[in-house]
Design a protein around this ligand. Sequence first.
Ligand code: ADP
Length: 622
Amino acid sequence: MTALQEAVARYWGYTTFRPLQREAMDAVLVGRDSLVGLPTGGGKSLCFQAPAVVRPGLALVVSPLISLMKDQVDTLVGNGVPAGLYNSSLAADEKAAVSAGLRQGRYRLLYVSPERLVGEGSDGFLELLSSCQISFVAVDEAHCISQWGHDFRPEYRQLGRLRQRLPGVSLHAFTATATSRIRRDIAVELALNDPLEFVGSFDRPNLLYRVLPRSTLKRQLLDVLDRHRRESGIIYCTSRREVDALAEWLTGLGMAALPYHAGLSDAERSRNQDAFLSERVDVIVATVAFGMGIDRSNVRFVVHVGAPRSLEHYQQESGRAGRDGLEAECVLISSAADFMKWRLMLERGGELSDASQGLLRQMERYATGVGCRHRHLAEYFGDEYPTEKTGKRAGCTACDFCLDELEQVVAPVVLARKILSCVARVENRFGATHVASILRGHASRQVVSRGHEKLSTFGLLPHASLTEVRGYIEQLIGLGLLQQAGDEYPVLALTATGLELLKDETRCPDMTLARQRPPRKTAKRAQSRAEAESWQDVDRTLFDRLRTVRLEIAQSRGVAPYVVFHDTTLREMARLRPTSLEALLAVKGVGARKADDLGEAFLAAIRSHSSRRHCQVGEYGA
Ligand code: ADP
């Protein structure tokens, strides 16, 4: 075993590496500049933490957020790795203690904010560091340096000075961004010297993607929440008003949910975030202001009520689900109105460039598309997606399309032309609901008052529900056959391509349209492969019990629960049910230090659970 493997097993309790971890660690060990792009949950932290333990000297880690630093340092210390942090949150005496620790060479890793390292007045601190032997610098969340990124931070811009300030020290950048342009930007801004680049696959097989046309929103949300009782999730909304309304509604239903948006006071925001991170509440309803620093690794669902402005944003935000690698669900609930709203907002902000329109258009294609969602995302970010291996229709097993929740329309062109001709009959002057009413043959007051019940398109789709027809209309907008215009009362209009299809039915040979398959009442609900695997042989009652033990320990120590153990580790415990310290050490994620420190508490819970199970089997069993 190499020194590196030994350290990883001893401090982290892992015996294998994730893809590209090994390569990334080797670059750090030999001191060659590097840039690592791995998806959220890909295991970037270990890529610099493990080498820091093995290489002599002190590793510096630049991190953008105080809360992220604290969690990482808490976790390291819990694993028995001497680590500290230095940022503006420290009181004078804490700073003095860290300085003393640095002089004594007590730390293997020091987390610092960028301004401490290269900002104004950082000279004194750098002088102190120059007396330490700096082994390397890791820049975490490196995309914050790029203005193209979604999390641009001006403080990160100053990191360009690192090279001169710490000559001869290797730099290693880490990011979860899938965009190659941003990665190029990082290399340039940090003046990386002929860096080794390691870019992994950004597909997250543990995430199950679903896309729903917005209809009865509350029903749609309840369906998601039902699948995730006692689990944690984020509901993203595009307006503060909607955040407040939904948070209130959920609370009214007796769920522990809290709002988060920029309109709340700082104190309330940080209180709510803290409640979520410490697992006192499970659901947070938020605007995108709730973002980075969400290090809670066991987020089991992320719902977007309203589409974001790009697939980059969607990937980033939905990617907060399932960071621990366990199954999680990402649901996008959207309608054409979302995209109109974005166009309007971008226009007002003077930002409606070709680039931003293009990004929005790609988001719209995803929201209205019918196909494998994993493939769509992977290909968008320039990854190849393997074609189906199973011989069935598709292989991802983790999206609504591949789980067969969408039903494809048999004659899509015929259906499309019915809808287009109805839009033409009302002369591009009515909205989607009105058009849908006519098609369904619903003689509503509005329809009758315009005499539209006499149109030849009245009742062309008598068996379709309103949601279904609206869904088709959304898809036609997504396909560029219809467009929506107008602010307050958006009306549907044919595009040039739509008009062509209306005239000539051979125009769109490969079109697909789909509708949500009605839920099968009797069938077991669909499961992704990741979900089935991660629960295999797990005693769920024991898992819940272990979560409670974890929560109690976390609360008594003032750390976040995932700092104690990740869900993956608890599930493994509930699968293997170890009853001795030795057996516990074989559980992935249990290092020597943690076993010593916390082992007994968890073993006690497992033993008492097992004996109770035996009793029950004795009483009621065979
Ligand atoms: P990232 O920073 O890339 O989003 P993290 O560093 O937070 O990802 O790692 C995600 C999860 O994977 C953490 O729970 C971490 O402990 C776990 N992990 C990392 N490397 C390994 C490994 N080699 N084996 C098992 N689990 C790992």
